[in-house]
Design a binder for this molecule. Structure first.
Ligand SMILES: Cc1ncc(COP(=O)(O)O)c(C=O)c1O
Length: 434
């Protein structure tokens, strides 16, 4: 490293110390965010170093992150993307590829998903001309069950795509078995659950694909970013092609002739020897991330175990502190799971003497941030009304979530003192109103 660079990075670390908030926690004044990035001097220095090196596009840091992250999540291949939503789009779109022959998903095929969740778990289904089949979830775990998924399988069903709700694993082993039995593709949206396990095995290792988000609310952050992971090398190649403009060539940017026959291909009706770098075998996108993002991802990844521990510890503190508070349904880990929590979900009992709006207002006024369980019942959102879909059973619990559920934070930036304040603030409200 040059002396000048070392000097700059040293100054960056000092600057990091300068800008650390020095005030302690002041109840009712200090914001208690529901989620946020936890960034240290290493993260700041990594970003600046990538900038000094002008690593402005996807390159060596992206590849390094992909290998390290694939290893960490026990998958053979990881492809970095510009968001978790892009990762979901790539995973599902890959299942429509001609490379899969007769197994490929075709317009009109059904994909089972849940009604209560994040929109971009479902959007790729619609965007690919497929039909979402919505099942309900359970209150408490906020996940669907293998039984509900089994009931939803019909003659046109070809895939399952579900997210682990706010870090809590769904019955992923049983649903993977169902997928296998019925020859269905299975995509696990693991955006909120990195580090969770089900029956001792990491979530994200059961499906054909798993996806992750690196938006600041998530377990690791790159600012914006995401990842598609798979252990199926054929599917991995399709994801790479779709992510990188649809090209057939797999040379890294700035590299040529990795396959050693760059000018020897004949595809489509192109002339013999057309440059493989410019042969497009998929109708693709450009959903790549940059090395600036990957550089941050690498320093964040080094802290993942600590982040996961903090999320679990914070969740436990809230769970124990709020246990027994009347009129509130507290979250439960899915049986057999060890969640790496994303948030702490609370449902106000529909018959409670106060409403969700009143409790949320009480918390927000005291600087305790709240969030909804994303879109609630997606079929009630304006974007989805009138779109082709199928509903299996009722969506009664998804409706309860839409009307009575919210979540508060457990991210590693929260302290024991902050969470004690959250607990006492909730209790104070319920005692007064209950
Ligand atoms: C379950 C789930 N899937 C997908 C996404 C989309 O990720 P991104 O915001 O990186 O596009 C989110 C975002 O929070 C999410 O919670």
């Amino acid at each position: 490293m040059s002396d000048h660079k070392a000097l700059v990075l040293d100054e960056v670390r000092k600057y990091h110390q300068d800008v650390q908030p020095d005030g302690g926690f002041v109840p009712g004044v200090t914001e208690i965010w529901p989620s946020g990035a936890v960034l240290d001097a290493d993260d700041r220095a990594a970003l600046v170093e990538a900038a000094l090196d002008l690593r402005i596009a996807a390159g060596a840091s992206s590849r390094k992150f992909e290998s390290a992250f694939a290893r960490r999540l026990s998958r053979r291949k990881a492809h970095l993307t510009n968001s978790g939503s892009s990762a979901n789009l790539l995973a599902l779109t890959a299942l429509t590829s001609h490379v899969l022959g007769d197994r490929r998903l075709r317009p009109g095929d059904e994909v089972i998903t849940v009604a209560a969740g994040f929109p971009t778990t479902v959007n790729p289904i619609v965007q690919n001309g497929l039909v979402p089949v919505f099942v309900d979830v359970e209150l408490g775990t906020y996940n669907t069950t293998a039984r509900r998924v089994a009931e939803a399988i019909g003659p046109k069903t070809r895939a399952i795509m579900i997210a682990h709700a706010l870090g809590n694993p769904f019955e992923v082993a049983e649903i993977a078995e169902l997928a296998e039995e019925h020859d269905l593709f299975f995509v696990e949206d693991n955006c909120d659950a990195v580090g969770s396990t089900y029956r001792g095995r990491l979530t994200g290792t059961f499906g054909d694909f798993t996806t992750v988000s690196f938006y600041p609310a998530h377990h690791l952050t790159m600012g914006e970013g995401g990842c598609v992971l798979t252990s199926d090398l054929k599917l991995a190649r399709v994801v790479e092609s779709l992510r990188d403009w649809g090209r057939d060539c797999w040379c890294e940017p700035g590299k040529n002739n990795t396959c050693l026959k760059r000018f020897e291909y004949q595809m489509g009706t192109l002339p013999e020897g057309y440059d493989h770098k410019y042969i497009f075998s998929h109708v693709g996108y450009n959903l790549k991330a940059t090395d600036l993002q990957a550089a941050l991802g690498l320093t964040q990844l080094a802290k993942l175990d600590g982040f996961i521990e903090a999320r679990k510890r914070n969740w436990r503190q809230l769970r124990e502190g709020l246990d027994g508070v009347p009129h509130l349904l507290l979250p439960e880990a899915t049986e057999g799971s060890d969640p790496s929590w994303f948030g702490f979900v609370i449902t106000v009992a529909p018959e409670a003497p106060f409403s969700r709006a009143e409790l949320v207002h009480h918390l927000e006024e005291r600087k305790i941030g709240t969030r909804r369980l994303f879109a609630g019942n997606l079929t009630r959102q304006p974007a989805y009304i009138g779109r082709e879909h199928r509903v299996v059973g009722t969506l009664a619990n998804s409706d309860i979530i839409t009307e009575h559920t919210f979540w508060i934070g457990v991210y590693p930036g929260l302290t024991e003192e902050m969470l004690d304040y959250v607990i006492s603030t909730v209790k104070e409200f319920v005692e007064k109103r209950g």
